[in-house]
Ligand binder design. Structure first.
Ligand SMILES: Nc1ncnc2c1ncn2[C@@H]1O[C@H](COP(=O)(O)OP(=O)(O)OP(=O)(O)O)[C@@H](O)[C@H]1O
Ligand SMILES: C[C@H](N)[C@H](N)CCCCCC(=O)O
Ligand SMILES: [Mg+2]
Length: 213
């Protein structure tokens, strides 16, 4: 368990790639903290957006859902999705939503996803004053992707609030990553047959304990 929260949590949820469970983890964190949620860049919105997914999974009435800075149609790297709409993503367009509440910010894909020439998603984290939660999903190659992500965060001086292992457990992988990096480990999320608000609430209770609430 961590020390009790004294100030608003400002969390940036990244992952070791796309489709690793950032949105599920973000929904659990949002519910655990009754936080606000913000997805600054949504690339691809058919059949739905991550904001709509998190809204549908969260049960508390306090969380607010802030509009994306960029909502792009193409399910691709944001720099490509923006170019397809003749848009250049601008760093200045990313202003932290005005809220006194805890805030969960979800990235798109992994840490070094490009937004525009010379601009990576990782470049937003420090100016926005966010701490990082990394989601790792087990597959052959995920150890390397997890260690690279954590090393890139360290190199940039970005604070890792916690690492979440999501999906099918793999103790040998998780133990190596935990011992090698020494990052705080948040509760794990198991492979679920169906992701529902009840499932999210159940994990949220575990995360609340982890945060000391
Ligand atoms: N623990 C889990 N159990 C069952 N299904 C899961 C689990 N984690 C993720 N999924 C499913 O895997 C898919 C990808 O997960 P998710 O949308 O959370 O990825 P993401 O990292 O947010 O991707 P993006 O980069 O597009 O934001 C979704 O269909 C989600 O429901
Ligand atoms: C479309 C996808 N689901 C995400 N929104 C964006 C993933 C970008 C990945 C880019 C890359 O690392 O090659
Ligand atoms: Mg997502």
């Amino acid at each position: 368990m961590n020390s009790p929260l004294t100030s608003p949590q400002r969390l940036f949820v990244t992952g070791i790639g796309t489709d690793v469970g950032k949105t599920l983890a973000a929904a659990i964190l949002t519910e655990a903290l009754q936080a606000d949620y913000w997805k600054p860049v949504q690339a691809g919105f058919e059949p739905t957006t991550d904001t709509a997914t998190v809204r549908s999974l969260v049960s508390n009435a306090r969380s607010c859902f802030h509009p994306e800075a960029y909502r792009l149609q193409l399910p691709a790297s944001p720099h490509m999705a923006a170019a397809a709409e003749q848009i250049t993503i601008q760093a200045e367009a990313f202003q932290l939503p005005a809220t006194d509440n805890h805030l969960v910010v979800e990235g798109a894909g992994g840490l070094l996803v490009p937004l525009a020439p010379g601009l990576l998603l990782a470049d937003l984290i420090q100016p926005l004053g966010l701490e990082v939660v990394v989601v790792s999903r087990n597959y052959l190659g995920s150890i390397n992707h997890t260690l690279l992500t954590l090393e890139a965060l360290e190199r940039r001086g970005l604070r890792v609030r916690g690492l979440i292992f999501n999906g099918e457990p793999n103790p040998a992988t998780e133990d190596f990553i935990t011992q090698h990096t020494g990052v705080p480990i948040m509760p794990r999320i198991r492979l679920e047959i169906k992701i529902t608000p009840a499932v999210v609430s159940r994990y949220a209770a575990e995360f609340r304990t982890w945060f000391g609430r």
